[in-house]
Design a protein around this ligand. Structure first.
Ligand code: NAP
Ligand code: LUD
Length: 294
């Protein structure tokens, strides 16, 4: 392997350590303990796993977590009421509504109902709007995109002036990570399912962020030698030799691309743990905003 591994698991552990120290200081100085409400609707296995990991991270750093496991057939009004009650709860500084929601629910209305000051996922339309504009800082930046930039920063990768290619344009990853790269003065290309000559465009990237949800789509000959590759994809593929019957792979063919890239994130152990560390960071920051501080 020629590429240097960007160890998201280790970097996320370091960040959780930093947050733990700050949480302790906040408690000593202000008597305040940050609180995160984690709202899970339905029984999706992947969502259950992610929410469980988020609560575990809260416990590790000293953030109080409040879990709401709601039935898949909850009505829009009932879910809105849960969100509004959490908006009014002074012990809750961050509200996470795990996506995707069941089809009958209008996620835009739900996300828009979360108080801006508690929108630790950064999915409120106003936060996304601010993220897209120059000099209009959002209160919170979405966790996965923020985690990608943090991985680059902590690995000593400079962004300014570089050619960055983002594969994917979703609201939760592709679009916001593209905005962040642009703010950091990258020269940016965003690709999607209608892009022509995808391999050719990807090959221009000094920094590649892959967020498409297609197992091992990015091949070795798509990547410019010396590029930095951040693989956001988390795809389950059948693996009869694994205990669970499947394994997780990224959107990048790791075995091929590691021979070409200068740096690469693995899956698992790359961006995923950073998403959770950034949620802890945003929740701590949320607790800093409230009354009685400073
Ligand atoms: P999504 O909403 O399904 O968006 C996928 C994007 O990829 C869309 O913009 C789509 O284009 C584009 N796309 C799909 N197939 C393509 C193809 N063959 N060629 C070019 N572009 C294609 O997915 P998402 O929510 O952004 O998630 C992407 C991946 O990241 C998934 O594997 C997900 O599990 C993972 N993820 C990981 C984390 C983490 O913390 N590690 C967080 C979030 C998501 P169109 O817009 O044209 O449809
Ligand atoms: N909804 C997210 N939906 C899905 N993987 C996550 C995620 C951790 N509201 C809201 O948490 O930020 C969100 N906010 N998302 N995701 C995906 C997305 C959401 C994905 C992966 C991981 C969070 C993660 O830690 C591990 C890894 O890549 O190392 C593997 C975990 C495993 O299953 O073993």
């Amino acid at each position: 392997m020629s590429a240097q591994l960007i160890d998201g698991k280790a970097i996320a552990a370091t960040i959780r350590g930093e947050i733990k120290t700050e949480v302790e200081q906040m408690k000593t100085q202000y008597g305040r303990v940050p609180g995160l409400a984690a709202v899970l609707v339905g029984e999706r296995k992947d969502s259950q796993t992610y929410v469980r990991m988020k609560k575990k991270a809260c416990a590790e750093v000293g953030i109080t977590s409040f879990g709401y496991n709601l039935p898949a057939d909850i009505s829009q009004e009932e879910l809105l009421k849960v969100v509004r009650d959490l908006n009014a709860n002074p012990d809750v500084h961050g509200i996470l509504v795990q996506l995707p929601l069941p089809d009958h629910l209008d996620d835009e209305e739900i996300l828009g109902a979360i108080s801006l000051e508690k929108d630790v996922d950064g999915f409120h339309p106003l936060n996304i709007g601010r993220l897209s504009m120059k000099r209009r800082d959002p209160l919170f930046v979405p966790c996965t995109p923020k985690g990608c930039i943090e991985l680059l920063d902590r690995s000593g990768v400079s962004i300014e002036g570089k050619r960055a290619v983002v594969l994917g344009r979703s609201n939760i990853v592709g679009l916001p990570v593209a905005m962040l790269l642009l703010h950091r003065n990258a020269t940016l290309t965003i690709c999607h399912s209608r892009t022509q000559d995808l391999p050719g465009v990807v090959r221009e990237a000094d920094i590649l962020i892959a967020a498409v949800g297609r197992a091992e789509m990015v091949k070795g000959d798509w990547v410019k030698p010396g590029a930095v590759v951040i693989d956001v994809g988390v795809n389950a593929v059948d693996d009869p030799t694994a205990k669970k019957g499947y394994k997780l792979v990224g959107d990048v063919d790791f075995n091929e691309v590691k021979e070409v890239a200068a740096m690469i994130t693995p899956v698992p152990g790359g961006v995923g743990p950073m998403t959770i560390a950034m949620l802890m960071r945003n929740t701590l920051d949320g607790a800093k905003h409230g009354p009685g501080m400073k």
